[in-house]
Design a protein around this ligand. Structure first.
Ligand SMILES: [Cu+2]
Length: 282
């Protein structure tokens, strides 16, 4: 049987992706990487030593290419089950309604606190007026980033906005890199990536086990696994998908630095999330 390892190549789509809603605490680490694909609005900085121009970094801007992410409210109450509502507005401020399906969904919403904790991947519903909504509960105070990952007019985009939860925030640095991470619900995931350099394609392979036995992940949103990478410092967003029918990803990190990696896979009908920390060299 195959491990759920994803080896491979992640293509980062900064915006496309698909994980589905699980929440990860700040307690995992691992290492690995992802690569961005997508475009987004902000330039990356930092040097990457690659030869070819790296894919643009996504998720740093609230607007781009004539579209803007508008949150109905920029503050939620800590620990309270809430409805997060937002829209993607285009010309004249009109809500966009024609989104294309990517990884089985028209909208992938990633919510994560600024320190990389509390990762959630949600799939909002679109109403006739062009308003998206999804239930969400944020258990910790602090500043969160909300990434709307979608495809419109044939172009994948990731727009992001800030969302605040009032209260004393206990921000923590990303955990030190480790090779294995726990999903918190019985699975252990091992990351095999080796040395990863900025601007160069890297192969990230994940192997999932449960009680010491290899687990073959199930198709989830059209793939064996989904990976989101967020750069420490600015949460530049990379969404990566496996190459083929595996849990291997090819990805290219835009710059040196530390990244939080969030791997999501499906097994026994449920979605599980493992978080890693990966250092990318110059
Ligand atoms: Cu999704």
């Amino acid at each position: 049987m195959k491990l759920a390892g994803f080896a491979g190549a992640l293509v980062l789509l900064f915006g496309a992706a698909a994980l589905a809603g699980s929440t990860v605490g700040p307690d995992r680490s691992g290492e690995n990487r992802v690569e961005p694909e997508g475009h987004a609005g902000a330039a990356e900085e930092g040097g990457h030593a690659g030869e070819a121009a790296p894919d643009p970094v996504r998720g740093l801007a609230v607007a781009g290419d004539g579209l803007k992410l508008t949150l109905d409210t920029t503050e939620l109450e800590r620990g309270r089950a809430s409805e997060l509502r937002f829209s993607i507005r285009g010309a004249g401020g009109r809500p966009v309604r024609d989104f294309e399906v990517e990884h089985e969904k028209r909208m992938h919403l990633i919510v994560v606190r600024r320190d990389g904790s509390g990762f959630q991947h949600l799939h909002p519903e679109l109403d006739a007026s062009g308003a998206w909504s999804v239930p969400v509960t944020l258990s910790e105070a602090g500043s969160y980033r909300v990434f709307a990952d979608f495809k419109h007019d044939g172009e994948a985009q990731t727009l992001a906005a800030d969302l605040n939860v009032d209260g004393d925030a206990d921000y923590r640095p990303l955990p030190e890199p480790t090779l294995t991470a726990d999903t918190g619900d019985g699975y252990e995931v091992r990351l095999d990536a080796g040395h990863v350099s900025a601007g160069r394609e890297a192969e990230l392979r994940f192997a999932v086990t449960k009680d010491g036995e290899p687990v073959e992940t199930e198709p989830y949103l059209g793939a064996r696994g989904h990976l989101v990478a967020l750069r420490e410092g600015d949460l530049a967003y990379l969404h990566v998908h496996p190459s083929g029918d595996s849990v291997e990803f090819m990805s290219e990190f835009p710059s040196e630095g530390r990244y939080g990696l969030y791997l999501q896979f499906k097994h026994d009908g449920r979605v599980h999330t493992a978080a890693f920390t990966k250092d990318v060299a110059r």
